[in-house]
Ligand binder design. Structure first.
Ligand SMILES: *[C@@H]1O[C@H](CO)[C@@H](O)[C@H](O)[C@H]1NC(C)=O
Ligand SMILES: *[C@@H]1O[C@H](CO)[C@@H](O)[C@H](O)[C@H]1NC(C)=O
Ligand SMILES: *[C@@H]1O[C@H](CO)[C@@H](O)[C@H](O)[C@H]1NC(C)=O
Length: 930
């Protein structure tokens, strides 16, 4: 309504609203009406918004210009699970779309809500959307704000009546390029949204903070007290813990430039500049169930090859194969467990994909040598290909698509015509690592030619260099130094990719509200460091403006899909840019961090967050990428990094070496920490299986297991492997102990100095020696499979199995073991059919003795696991009768050189060679003792 009124009328209306309804909004509950710089009373009021200074002592970032509460849309008509809304208030960045459709539905326990008409852009992400289950359900109710006719809605938890969302705060907008929705939140316990650096795992809702989400090639800034800059990927998903400890999650599917502003209401304001709002609400009620319901919706993570869980060693700047060989051999000689050497862009010929440089002539032979030692090779690939060599020509011949200009007359022929292969195309040429111009494959190609060509390039190159995994970088996508132009003359005078900043072609480049992704970088545009927003994708059916955030996701999918015809084995893809469901296709490293203590600290949070995002195979560059690392930092980073699912040391060009063999102390700490990792790898792999098969996390923040313990909500520097193993790494310079929190539970130390000791609950100072194991603890009531470590996983996975059983008073212990071929493909990702043995273990004890049982849930005869030879029990109160062991009723003779009871820590060790078969034939076993 107000958009049809003159400015004076708007002011009058406002005055009326302001005074008649006492509309002044508390400083903690304001919906920001002027998120860009330059707000003033007049610019604010001309938007139909309220201008009111925030008095001293107001929350940091309180907006002075805010929407009247009674702003938004009215209901024009109501249908079955749907509404047609009519625009009622003014949108500062364009005319609100009217009529506007809202519809809702349920998918199992997940509640789905769409705001936006059917003709709006929806990201082409083919989510599986499996119906979720939950013991709880959600309820939708619509209403109006105050005494007005402005539409609002609530999504409440049926069991408690708690409103997860309540849009009674006003401010809803829906113009073509500015869409906004705001809601009250039940508590300030908000976790998630990415890709950002969060200094604490829990968001700070005592202040107003805006987090832009627009994929960008930029290194994380952990050095500042607060850096809200958007990083490589986009994850509009959060988890909230309600005041009774119940958890829910909310996901907004949208691939445009977007952002969320959180405030002390507690409330949040979500803004996007295209597409529509497709929301999914997950009822939990535990945080793990929330993630599980989220992953039912977007897709379960891939199962990495077993070797990909080994330690990985990388650097940019090897310069030659010889340099790489030197570093790899010295770490092998130092006894560092090592599975995956890497080559960065150095190995390519002039940074061209699918080529090898002159200094790398022996690379294929070296790769064979690594294979013969049980190692595997991962090499880097960038998406942009130079437009003057065979790979590109094959792409053109195959009718692969590349991101293009919208019209012929936009093509800068001064650049284009230098390249016979690109001359008569509209392909938008940019500049990345190669010396000459590059084209950006469009992996959203609706004909799929691009993906077929891409897979073919990998396959052809693999015949030369038999690499095992693919590392895909620069896929935001990154373009170096994108410029601007205002006229075609300017465009033609420029030697680099430039985008229009004025005139009719600039509407996508300079939209009315470009988000904080632009405002927080002076003088920049949406296209800065990437391609022009007017670029065409998906066979010209989409604008790059809409799909940019999907670039890394689509490249990961194309790369993952190439694997069967490239290596023919299970593998691992690591991608820098990610989007919801990227985890189906690959893992992620936390980007170009810096060798600083702050970066080590935020790595812990990053690894936990990406597990919430469904990308459990994640880790940070150990020792730090940019900048010069040092002995103590590199040592501590290895102690932490050994517990990241993706565990890789990586270094930047020109920086001194930082592989563990550089310093004897780091080598020692790495041997110990990685030795522990390799020992417990069967447990970690079983967790990854549960992620891939059922949609679980691998790494968990403490609050995932103890959401009702409020203390855990603020623990940012400890984490769990699954439910059972807790790691409390040292993350500060000069630190000698960790002030670690132990939720009320039975915890046993696994550090050699205090092995088997029970920990008090609450905060404990635990010793964190440089020359020993990271503080790591195991929770009572669990059974963890393990295998003696070797220096490769290829060798360690052949060793006999062991189990560690931890006793919790008056409770059974349980655990599981997943074992398979390790690197055999899972055709069509059909993991249910994948050959495996999957054992469920349980242990109970009483005054009469102990009973340890195994049941093979799925047993494939083609999989031949080693025997289970050793059983260790922590917390067992008395000496067992070692002569009274019976396996399936028959007496067992134990190897008494490895069998004992240590009463000081109530520890039992039982061992004998070829003790318990885990082969398919057996299906179950029972071991009893008195
Ligand atoms: C190749 O190796 C030589 C000798 O080590 C070195 O000078 C040169 O910079 C290397 N070339 C590249 C492209 O790294
Ligand atoms: C597209 O091509 C890739 C690579 O050959 C293939 O794996 C994938 O299944 C294809 N997708 C479709 C939809 O045909
Ligand atoms: C480690 O693996 C090698 C190669 O398979 C083997 O020879 C060696 O015995 C193994 N060592 C241990 C301690 O398992």
């Amino acid at each position: 309504m107000t958009q049809f009124l003159g400015k004076g009328a708007v002011l009058l209306l406002l005055l009326f609203v302001h005074f008649s309804n006492g509309q002044s909004v508390d400083v903690s509950k304001r919906v920001d009406c002027f998120p860009e710089p330059g707000a003033s009373q007049s610019t604010c009021q001309s938007r139909g918004c309220i201008w009111e200074e925030a008095p001293n002592g107001s929350p940091v970032g309180t907006p002075w210009c805010y929407y009247p509460t009674q702003s938004g849309f009215t209901v024009q008509s109501t249908g079955t699970n749907s509404f047609v809304l009519a625009a009622k208030s003014k949108n500062p960045y364009g005319d609100n779309i009217s009529p506007l459709n809202v519809k809702y539905s349920s998918n199992g326990a997940t509640f789905l809500l769409t705001i936006g008409n059917d003709d709006r852009y929806v990201p082409p992400v083919n989510f599986p959307k499996k119906p979720s289950t939950s013991s709880e359900s959600l309820q939708f109710t619509s209403g109006t704000i105050g005494s007005s006719d402005i539409f609002s809605f609530k999504v409440t938890r049926k069991s408690t009546g708690v409103a997860l969302w309540d849009t009674n705060i006003g401010g809803m907008q829906f113009a073509d390029k500015f869409i906004q929705i705001a809601t009250y939140l039940p508590t300030k316990n908000i976790f998630g949204f990415g890709d950002h650096i969060h200094k604490k795992i829990k968001h700070n809702l005592d202040r107003y903070t805006t987090w832009p989400m627009f994929a960008r090639d930029i290194g994380p800034d952990s050095g500042s007290a607060l850096s809200t800059q958007n990083l490589y990927g986009v994850h509009p998903f959060y988890i909230c813990i309600e005041s009774d400890g119940k958890a829910h999650g909310v996901f907004i599917l949208n691939s445009n430039a977007q952002e969320v502003e959180t405030g002390p209401g507690p409330h949040l304001q979500y803004r996007t500049i295209g597409g529509r709002i497709d929301m999914a609400f997950f009822p939990g009620p535990t945080p793990e169930e929330v993630v599980n319901q989220y992953l039912q919706h977007i897709g379960f993570p891939f199962l990495p090859a077993y070797w990909a869980l080994g330690y990985q060693l990388c650097r940019w700047g090897y310069g030659s194969l010889d340099a790489m060989k030197t570093v790899i051999s010295r770490n092998q000689a130092a006894g560092i467990p090592l599975d995956v050497p890497y080559a960065d862009i150095d190995y390519m010929n002039h940074y061209e994909d699918f080529t090898e440089g002159d200094n790398w002539s022996g690379f294929p032979a070296y790769t064979q040598q690594l294979h013969s030692q049980g190692l595997h090779l991962i090499v880097i690939f960038d998406p942009a290909v130079e437009v003057d060599y065979a790979s590109f020509q094959r792409g053109i011949n195959a009718d692969a698509s590349f991101i293009e200009w919208a019209r012929d007359d936009q093509v800068p022929h001064n650049i284009q015509d230098q390249y016979p292969m690109a001359k008569n195309t509209r392909i938008m040429l940019g500049n990345v690592w190669p010396e000459r111009n590059t084209a950006f494959p469009d992996f959203l190609d609706t004909k799929n030619n691009t993906n077929v060509w891409w897979a073919g390039e990998f396959a052809q190159f693999h015949k030369t260099l038999p690499f095992d995994g693919m590392w895909i970088d620069m896929n935001e996508p990154s373009n170096f130094d994108t410029g601007t132009y205002s006229s075609m003359e300017e465009q033609l005078a420029s030697a680099k990719l430039s985008c229009p900043v004025s005139g009719p072609d600039s509407s996508l480049e300079v939209p009315p509200y470009p988000t904080q992704a632009v405002y927080q970088r002076d003088g920049e545009y949406l296209f800065s460091k990437t391609l022009c927003m007017l670029g065409k994708t998906a066979r010209r059916s989409r604008n790059f403006y809409d799909t940019k955030n999907l670039y890394g996701w689509s490249e990961a999918r194309a790369t993952y899909q190439a694997i069967p015809q490239v290596t023919g084995k299970r593998s691992a893809v690591i991608s820098r840019s990610t989007f919801p469901s990227s985890g189906r296709y690959g893992g992620h490293w936390l980007g170009d961090n810096t060798a600083r203590w702050e970066d080590l600290q935020t790595s812990v949070i990053g690894v936990m967050e990406f597990n919430m995002f469904g990308i459990p195979y994640v880790g940070s560059d150990i020792c730090g990428f940019n900048g010069k690392s040092n002995e103590e930092l590199c040592l501590r980073w290895h102690q932490f990094g050994a517990f990241s699912p993706f565990s890789r040391d990586h270094n930047s060009e020109g920086m001194p070496d930082q592989d563990p063999a550089v310093w004897p102390s780091v080598a020692n700490a790495a041997r110990i920490a990685l030795g522990f990792r390799y020992y417990y790898l069967p447990f970690l792999y079983s967790l990854h299986y549960n992620a891939a098969r059922y949609g679980h996390t691998v790494i968990r923040p403490l609050f995932f297991e103890f959401p009702k313990d409020e203390e855990t909500l603020s623990i940012s520097e400890q984490f769990l492997w699954g439910s059972a193993l807790m790691i409390a790494p040292a993350l500060y310079q000069g630190q000698t102990s960790v002030h670690a929190y132990f939720p009320s539970e039975t915890w046993y130390s696994l550090q050699p100095e205090t092995y088997g000791q029970k920990m008090f609950s609450g905060f404990n100072d635990v010793s964190a020696p440089l020359a020993s194991l990271t503080p790591v603890f195991v929770r009572g009531g669990f059974i963890l499979p393990r295998q003696a470590a070797n220096t490769t996983t290829t060798a360690s996975r052949l060793n006999p199995f062991e189990v560690l059983i931890t006793v919790k008073t008056n409770a059974a212990s349980s655990g599981e073991l997943y074992y398979d071929g390790g690197d055999d493909l899972i055709p069509n990702d059909n993991i249910e059919q994948h050959p495996r043995v999957h054992w469920q273990f349980s242990f109970t004890s009483s005054v009469a003795g102990g009973v340890f049982t195994g049941n093979c849930e799925t047993c494939s005869t083609s999989v031949k696991p080693p025997t289970l030879d050793t059983i260790e029990i922590l917390g067992y109160p008395t000496t067992p009768n070692f002569n009274g062991f019976k396996l399936d009723g028959s007496s067992v003779t134990l190897d008494m050189s490895k069998t004992f009871y240590d009463s000081s820590i109530q520890r039992v060790m039982i061992s004998t060679k070829n003790f318990i078969s885990l082969m398919a034939l057996k299906k179950k076993f029972t071991l009893t003792f008195t």
